[in-house]
Design a protein around this ligand. Structure first.
Ligand code: LLP
Length: 448
């Protein structure tokens, strides 16, 4: 079992993270519980920055906040000196509420509304990654009405197929994202930018997909972006100041996953940019990692509940969360590794399948995992849940979303409070015609 970051097994045979005993965390904060290893998040930020510094190029590392966006995470990312990529008014709001410097924020998305673009311009954020002609038109109109200058990148779909799950692949030609290179849309967009005094086109962006383990796809993308930049240079005299190759760097979820280090990804990317951008001064290289910053730093703690043995077929063990706090197995057949936090020193004795508690057969967290004997009340730790778990969590089955704690040096700080029963009905409204004349809501205490 590969443990990440500061995770250890202590003398009691308990899993510890950030110097905190996870069995105690489960008792103190309740389950399910997202535990985030602060030191590992910081290390991951620093690894990208160090790799770029080593390569001696202009760069920007923006954390893709869709992976996990909370006020405390924004603060951490700011402290580490990274920039931030947001994809909605909500993520932008979160960043601004956290006091994140607006000039270090850029805004992505294939359907930004006028209200979102206005919010971005009001906040004077660093830039907008324009995805399509409708948006380009809205932005030009808005910028000229407001007499405000806007820095943009154009998102291009380079026609590169990353080797990853189809739902998290984005660079292929048949994609909802970005201006298509092959059909000439991208060139048309550049031409429009060239005639728009309110727009500064800094350069081009591509994100080919997520959970990518090799550098081939990045290399091909950079070659295509460089080729296109050269065409733009020749046709319009446009010099790309920035080449942004998105995120997507893979992480370790379970056995068989072999991500490269940040250094290896960056080394290859920088080498390819140097080799390909020969027609103009070297552009700054921007990246937008999400998963590889927070993914391995997250562990979800669950309490073991019921079990069901089907002789000769399967042994199901259910935990007190599931697809509501981690929809990735159901959505992408994502695989996870787990261990029993209070029996971490014990050998595996059986193969079980970990079921969630939602009313769906598809709510399975892990199929066929080797674990020690389990009893009701044991604490199951599912690893590498820091990215796209909290951020994709739902209240399905009216489950309350879990709390998240940030652990470091023996301290555990709540960064997201567990939802309460009252939160579940906070936005519900009973129309007058459905009101009971004498509705009395009984006080129901929250259960940890
Ligand atoms: N930049 C852009 C434009 C993106 O669309 C994404 C992710 C990223 C950066 C960050 O990618 P990362 O480094 O985190 O792989 N919900 C899916 C992942 C969807 C990713 C969407 N875009 C999952 O749970 O696997």
């Amino acid at each position: 079992m590969k443990l990440h970051g500061t995770s250890h097994i202590n003398e009691k045979g308990h899993l510890t993270i950030g110097g905190c005993d996870t069995v105690e965390l489960a008792a103190q904060f309740g389950t399910p519980l997202y535990v985030l290893d602060e030191q590992l998040i910081r290390e991951r930020c620093r690894a990208y920055v160090a790799a770029f510094r080593q390569a001696n190029v202009d760069f920007q590392v923006a954390y893709a906040s869709k992976a996990m966006s909370t006020l405390a995470i924004c603060r951490l990312i700011e402290e580490e000196g990274l920039a931030l990529d947001v994809v909605s008014d909500g993520e932008l709001y979160t960043a601004l509420q956290a006091g994140f410097p607006p000039e270090r924020i850029h805004f992505h998305g294939n359907n930004k509304s006028l209200a979102e673009l206005t919010m971005a311009l009001d906040a004077n954020i660093g830039g907008i990654v324009v995805d399509n002609f409708t948006e380009l038109h809205m932005l030009r109109t808005l910028a000229s009405e407001r007499q405000q200058h806007v820095h943009i990148l154009l998102r291009l779909s380079p026609g590169v197929e990353a080797h990853t799950h189809a739902y998290i692949q984005t660079g292929q030609e048949d994609s909802k994202f970005g201006f298509d290179l092959a059909s000439g849309q991208a060139a048309k967009a550049v031409e429009i930018c060239q005639r728009s005094p309110e727009i500064s086109l800094l350069g081009f962006h591509s994100h080919i997909g997520s959970q990518i383990f090799d550098v081939q796809g990045y290399r091909m993308t950079i070659r295509k972006l460089a080729q296109f930049s050269q065409e733009c240079y020749e046709s319009y005299g446009h010099v790309s100041e920035v080449v942004n190759i998105g995120g997507g760097f893979g992480i370790h979820y379970c056995e068989g996953d072999k991500p490269l280090t940040a250094e290896r990804y960056i080394e290859a990317i920088v080498a390819e940019v140097r080799a390909s951008f020969t027609h103009q001064p070297l552009p700054a290289i921007w990246i937008e990692p999400g998963r590889s910053i927070v993914g391995e730093a997250g562990t979800t703690l669950y309490r073991v509940g019921t079990e069901k043995r089907i002789p000769g077929i399967r042994h199901y063990v259910a935990v007190d969360g599931g697809m509501a706090d981690n929809p990735r197995p159901a959505l992408y057949q994502a695989k996870y590794a787990a261990l029993v936090a209070n029996k971490a020193g014990k050998p595996a004795t059986q193969t079980v399948s970990i079921a969630g508690k939602c009313c769906e057969s598809g709510d399975m967290l892990i199929w066929d995992v080797a674990l020690p004997d389990l009893a009701q009340g044991d604490v199951l730790a599912v690893l590498s849940t820091g990215a796209y778990n909290y951020s994709m969590a739902s209240n399905y089955n009216r489950l309350r979303r879990p709390a998240a704690v940030l652990v470091n040096d023996g301290n555990a700080d709540v960064i997201v409070q567990r939802e309460t029963f009252a939160d579940l009905t906070r936005h519900d409204v009973i129309p007058a015609r459905l009101q009971k004349p004498t509705t009395v809501s009984p006080e129901v205490a929250d259960i940890k």
